[in-house]
Design a protein around this ligand. Structure first.
Ligand code: ADP
Length: 260
């Protein structure tokens, strides 16, 4: 028998047995902490553009802006509002993946067609920087969630263009590995310093805050990639060298399998 001495009520009670319930709360607590940290970061990130918008509007309302400068101020307000929209959109995507919410269907998808779509959507952004964006590969069908795959490839290519020099290149390589498929996005841009490589997948982490701000972005792109790839049952590998470029390789099973 077991004598329960920890609780004074049971000190003199003799019992025939006891049930010991051990629950591992670590993962739950980690998720909870991440969520709390994320909310704090989002509030902070929302406050900056909102303060700017409010400030610019107040100056215009006060009649302190010359007629010819009004368009310039409107432009600043527009850009800050765009930042807010992207931030809110990215936040929604992250929380959908976090909650395991998946309104989309798993289906046979051709990664080549998805990559082509991404290239079409990024055509103008790439053209502005004269970055050459191309696909190396052909039809590659596997079971996945099309919008998540598209989002992941889009974010990687978008980064490849953003963190590149004028006249750089970004390529999407598609390869059939039999049981799995490999999708690799490679650029010859500015690269990521060694000490930042493991951290760029964290939410809101940016290598160079001021530089990244002028380039634009929410600091959530790679975090969405990591979540998305995990959701699709894939794995992620990154190679990068400062001044030479970055290569991110994703491997997905051909049949449906989620890691979340
Ligand atoms: P952001 O919205 O700032 O682009 P990401 O989560 O997509 O956020 O990326 C995090 C940081 O990682 C970026 O701010 C940038 O410093 C760095 N980074 C991401 N992709 C690349 C790349 N292809 N080349 C160089 N740096 C990159």
């Amino acid at each position: 028998y077991v004598q329960l001495i920890a609780n004074p009520v049971f000190r003199d009670t003799k019992v025939a047995g006891a049930v010991l319930l051990l629950v591992n709360e670590t993962e739950k607590m980690e998720r909870e902490n991440l969520r709390r940290e994320f909310s704090a970061n989002v509030s902070h990130e929302l406050k900056t553009p909102l303060t700017s918008i409010s400030g610019f509007a107040e100056i215009i309302e006060g009649g302190l802006v010359q007629e010819e400068d009004i368009r310039k101020f409107a432009g600043r307000i527009y850009r800050e509002a765009q930042r807010l929209i992207h931030l809110v959109e990215d936040t929604i995507k992250i929380s959908q993946l976090d909650e395991g919410e998946n309104p989309y269907e798993w289906e046979k998808v051709d990664a080549y067609a998805v990559a082509k779509n991404v290239c079409g959507n990024l055509k103008e952004i790439a053209a502005k920087k004269n970055v050459h964006l191309f696909i190396d590969g052909e039809k590659l069908v596997f079971c996945t969630v099309r919008p998540i795959l598209e989002e992941v490839i889009y974010n990687l290519c978008d980064n490849g263009i953003k963190y590149n020099r004028d006249d750089g290149t970004v390529s999407i390589h598609l390869q059939d590995l039999g049981e799995s498929v490999e999708i690799r996005v490679k650029d010859n841009g500015i690269g990521i310093p060694r000490e930042d490589r493991s951290r760029v997948f964290e939410r809101f982490y940016r290598v160079d805050k001021s530089h990244s701000k002028s380039i634009g972005g929410t600091g959530l792109g790679l975090s969405i990639v990591k979540h998305g790839v995990t959701f699709l049952g894939g794995t992620l590998k990154m190679l990068s060298e400062v001044g030479k470029g970055t290569e991110i390789t994703m491997t997905f099973p051909k049949e449906r399998k989620t890691n979340l």
